[in-house]
Design a protein. Structure first.
Length: 283
């Protein structure tokens, strides 16, 4: 299993510091929040992108994905959305990142209309992403919170240049069971975002394992060569504890759930059995 964390948990932190923290605490990669508040975003000059590649290579840390804010299911004209998608794909390609995260953003649109917008735009953007070696991942979020809803869109797109990002919090808030999310998303899955919270009413980020999300049920389903990315939403909850103090414990918790060595270099533990479907089949 490969582990990453999102720079959303380190708002405004220089990339060199984020990469050093990843290496120090045993993470393989970073998910980079692509926003003008951050060191790298869609308008960053080429020199900054090249310097970022050197910084990451020196730390032996990869970029799992560029977390953009394009809303592919939202109302309005296609042009600005497609331009934003192309700029995010170029940023990901320049950073040698395999994935770009996008949101649905369908708002109050009827499901059918939101689906139609998302399918049309993702179909248009997918060939461009493929040419750049990048996959556009639609996150389980806002108007398409469940794995079932995201899979419905991706099946309509039908292009390998698109896929799914499973945000565990949102499928849980929607009441979708992990087994149901997995069945819907597995054919499309790029990677999984994990996190933990105290309740549906208190979404302040907690250390992994300190809250109520079904992390064991989720992580046991991810293939051995898959990615788990901890999205600690410090940017939205400044009162939350600082992420660096929790990084090692969070990765070790995920490793234990997977039956893998909790410490870097530790001997492997017995593997955790994958959860069974109610019918007895392995998901």
């Amino acid at each position: 299993m490969r582990y990453a964390f999102s720079t959303l948990g380190l708002p405004g932190t220089p990339l060199a510091r984020s990469a050093a923290l990843a290496a120090e605490h045993g993470y393989d990669g970073l998910e980079l929040r692509a926003h003008p508040e951050e060191p790298l975003h869609a308008d960053s000059p080429r020199g900054d992108r090249a310097a970022a590649r050197r910084t990451l290579a020196a730390a032996a840390v990869t970029v799992l994905g560029v977390a953009g804010y394009a809303k592919v299911a939202g109302a309005g004209e296609d042009g600005p959305v497609l331009a934003e998608l192309r700029s995010l794909v170029r940023l990901a390609a320049d950073l040698e990142a395999p994935n770009v995260r996008v949101f649905p953003g369908g708002g109050e649109l009827p499901d059918a209309d939101a689906d139609t917008h998302a399918i049309r735009r993702l179909r248009a953007a997918a060939p461009y992403a493929e040419r750049h070696g990048v996959r556009i991942l639609l996150e389980t979020h806002d108007s398409h919170r469940t794995g079932t809803a995201v899979a419905r869109v991706l099946e309509g797109v039908g292009d390998p240049g698109t896929g799914a990002l499973w945000d565990v919090l949102h499928t849980w808030l929607a009441g979708e069971q992990p087994a149901e999310s997995w069945r819907a998303l597995a054919p499309h899955l790029g990677y999984v975002q994990v996190k933990d919270v105290a309740s549906a009413r208190d979404l302040t980020p907690l250390g992994l394992g300190d809250g109520v999300l079904p992390l064991a049920e989720v992580t046991a389903r991810v293939p051995p060569d898959g990615w788990l990315c901890w999205e600690y939403e410090k940017r939205w909850y400044p009162e939350a504890a600082d992420l660096p103090d929790r990084l090692t414990r969070g990765r070790e918790h995920l490793a234990r759930l997977r039956g893998e060595p909790a410490e870097v270099g530790a001997p492997a533990a017995e593997p955790v059995r994958r959860p069974q479907d109610p019918g007895g089949g392995t998901p």
